[in-house]
Design a protein around this ligand. Structure first.
Ligand SMILES: [Mn+2]
Length: 364
């Protein structure tokens, strides 16, 4: 799908969208496993909405498990509502807004559509996925989606005041989003630097430092150990399957991928595992990290893994990073140990073969 250009003056267009909606309640939909960029963008939309007499709630359908994300929402007192798709109260929302995603990575999208909640806005920095048709669409290939929201603020949609604690919390959250999605500005574009410079006077540095220095949990360390032991490296591509994980451990996967990427001669790391949620639903979750400029994670994952029967791609990404999710459907659910192991071996082999074939290696 070709990338849709953002409106000529996005801030003005967003202002038009927000005005005249006093009294409405909007759902700000985050991806199922919200990261700091997503959470900060959602927070920004909530405050922009509030300034226009609109109530907005951040909602998500999965889990928050990464230690930094938990620290972020605790320390900055950010409220998120976790829903299962069936639990969204009909009629609660007069509009839905998607930030740092386009509806393809949320379990809640379909229910909101079925409830005829108008899709008001998408603000994102991933490639155009064409899943939804919002009234306002701002897609830009910048390092962090938070930088786009910082631009809205800097152009007057909400005048930040250092005396307002919520404004300081917002600036701190956005800065964390930018730092984390650009790998400490290494992959930042000029808009990201502009955004960071704009936010700097408002942030709470002490809180930012605390959030950034969260320790890894024991479980994450165990998954990294497993990823290290199971890895296969061919032509600079490092693949590793880590077996079964619970939903609340899912964020160990991208952290393991980050770690495997630090090995010399490895330019791309892919870590995947079967994530089992409380209702026995299972899906393969994977993360890709690369330092290779010529490898576009979005097209690489789409070409390697293809589409499901309903036509949506199993994976996608942005510059330097991507992810995928393949539901196991009928094969979902815990069985006896032997069947579980057989199932894992089959998926592990299949995924490995797909990636190896993609880079032109025939596995013995
Ligand atoms: Mn992002």
């Amino acid at each position: 799908m070709a990338n849709t250009p953002p409106p000529e003056n996005p801030s003005a267009a967003l202002m038009v969208l927000l005005s005249g909606r006093e009294g409405e309640r909007h759902a700000v939909v985050l991806q199922d496993f919200p990261d700091p960029d997503a959470i900060s963008c959602g927070f920004a939309y909530c405050l922009l909405a509030e300034a226009n007499g609109i109530e907005a709630e951040m909602i998500y359908g999965g889990r928050i498990s990464h230690q930094e994300n938990l620290a972020l929402i605790n320390l900055l007192d950010i409220e998120l509502i976790r829903y299962t798709p069936e639990a969204i109260p009909p009629g609660r929302y007069q509009g839905a807004v998607f930030v740092d995603n386009q509806g393809t990575t949320s379990a809640l999208t379909e229910t909101l559509e079925q409830q005829n909640v108008p899709i008001l806005a998408i603000v994102d920095h991933h490639n155009d996925q064409g899943r939804l048709t919002p009234l306002f669409l701002d897609l830009r290939p910048v390092g962090a989606c938070a930088s786009i929201f910082a631009e809205y603020l800097s152009e007057g949609l909400l005048a930040l005041k250092p005396s307002r604690p919520d404004h300081r919390r917002l600036a701190t959250a956005l800065m964390h989003g930018i730092v984390s999605d650009t790998e400490a500005m290494v992959h930042a574009k000029s808009l990201d630097f502009k955004a960071a410079a704009f936010l700097e006077p408002f942030i709470d540095k002490e809180i930012l430092v605390t959030i950034l220095h969260q320790k890894r949990s024991h479980k994450v360390m165990e998954v990294i150990k497993l990823a290290l032991a199971n890895r296969v490296v061919r032509d600079g591509l490092c693949l590793s399957g880590v077996g079964y994980l619970r939903a609340e451990e899912r964020d160990a996967i991208p952290q393991a991928a980050d770690f495997l990427l630090t090995e010399e001669n490895v330019h791309t790391a892919v870590v995947y595992g079967v994530v089992r949620s409380a209702n026995e639903h299972e899906a393969i979750h994977g993360s890709l990290r690369t330092t290779k400029n010529t490898l576009g994670p979005d097209s690489f994952l789409k070409e390697t893994l293809g589409k499901s029967d309903d036509g949506s791609y199993y994976g996608g990404g942005k510059a330097m990073a991507g992810g995928f999710e393949i539901p196991l459907g009928f094969l979902s659910g815990q069985d006896d140990l032997e069947l579980d192991q057989t199932k894992w071996r089959a998926f592990d082999a299949k995924i490995r073969r797909r990636f190896m074939n993609k880079i032109g290696i025939e596995e013995a």
